[in-house]
Every structure is written in C-alpha cells, then in structure tokens.
Design a protein around this ligand. Sequence first.
Ligand code: IPE
Ligand code: MG
Length: 229
Amino acid sequence: MDGNGRWANAKGLSRVAGHKKGVDSVKNLIKGCLQHDVPYLSIFAFSSENWSRPSTEVSALMELLSSALLHQSKKLHENGVKLTIIGDTSKLDPSIQRLASEAIALTSNNTALHFNVAINYGGRWDIVNAARTLAQRVKDGEMSVEDIDEESFGSELATAGIPDPDLYIRTSGEYRLSNFMLWQAAYSEFYFVDTLWPDFDEDAFTEALYRYTHRDRRFGAAEDKIKQT
Ligand code: IPE
Ligand code: MG
C-alpha cells in the first residue's frame, strides 16, 4: 500500500488524512477478496523502516491501527475473516498487542478469508529469524544441517501456513519491493500500478485480478512443458 502521503498532499490535506483514507481502501479490498473468493490477503501496513518517519506520523499510524483493531474486529469476524499479524509486534504498545491478540483469537477459526497484516515486518528480518531458529535446532541436535531445505526453511518464516502470494500488488508508481516478503515472492506475479493507495478501489482491484488472469505462469519451466502437464 503506497501513496497515502502523496494523495493527501495533492489535496492539500495532512498525510494522516491520507492514511485514514487508506484504511477505507483496505476495507474495500477485504470486501473485494470476499466477493471474488480470494482466500488469502496480506497487506504491508507498517514496515520495520517506517519507525524513522516523524514521530507524529508514527503515532497517527499506531492510533489508526489501534482503532481498526478495536472497531473492525467484530465486523471481520461476522464476515468469516481470520486475522493474523506478522512482524516483530513486541515493539508495539502493549495496548495494541493486547487488542491484536484478542482479534486474532476471536477470528482464529474463520475460513472465508485469511487476512494477514504485516506490522513492524521486514523480509530480511523474516529470513534472518528463520535462519536463527533452524541454526538453534541444529545446535540442540533436533535436526541435521541436511534437513534444512526450502520446505523446512519456509515453515520457520512468519508466513508459515500461508501459501506464497500469487499476485503481489504495489501502488503509487514505485517499482520496488521495499523488503516485503522477499522469500515468499520468488514466483509471484507483480502488478505495479500508478494509482495511489487511497484511490485503489474495488474497480482497481478487479482490474488487478483481471490482469493476473492473463499472466502466463511457468515457474521456470518452458512454455510447452507446462501445457503438456
Ligand atoms: C503508505 O503511504 C503508508 C503506509 C502503509 C505506512 P505513504 O505514507 O508511504 O505515502 P507516500 O509514499 O508518502 O505518498
Ligand atoms: Mg511511500
């Protein structure tokens, strides 16, 4: 999700107003996923690098997060949405950690959509964490070095149990990953779009899905090989 600040600037509003409007886009996106039977949705809400923004903006983002957890959890639950959070949440305010745990527990058995929110997340952090866990396991004699493969590594990432993303969307005309799901995006289809995040509405999402259906996914195999199988 990118472009909240530029959206607000262009309208002569504060950056925080852009973030507020961005929350509406997330709500629309959840609705869109439910409508189109998209089973998993992950959003990058706050990166481990976002702490370096002005403290007023960081506080406003935390306030929005807290308010969303407080006011939207029930609605998510009613719509059959399961919430998970990835990232180092230990750095968040204890009140937010508590609200997050409650929302996660409330929605844990839902199956209509798995909505995964990355907060204080970084792709490199995720990979380093997995490496550390596996190294510790080897050190403790629980597994051998040879047991480390893509599957065992993937199961130690924050996204364990969530399939790798098929479609990876970045808004606002930036062509980079900015440290989001580096391992997981190995074979994702990328969709970079100029639309600013607050303008990313249901039509914009439908367009992204439509474009995805026209991609030719080969996962490294030759075209004819895929067609034979
Ligand atoms: C996305 O918009 C905000 C977050 C998800 C934290 P930005 O705040 O990065 O907006 P720009 O890039 O300044 O327009
Ligand atoms: Mg940005």
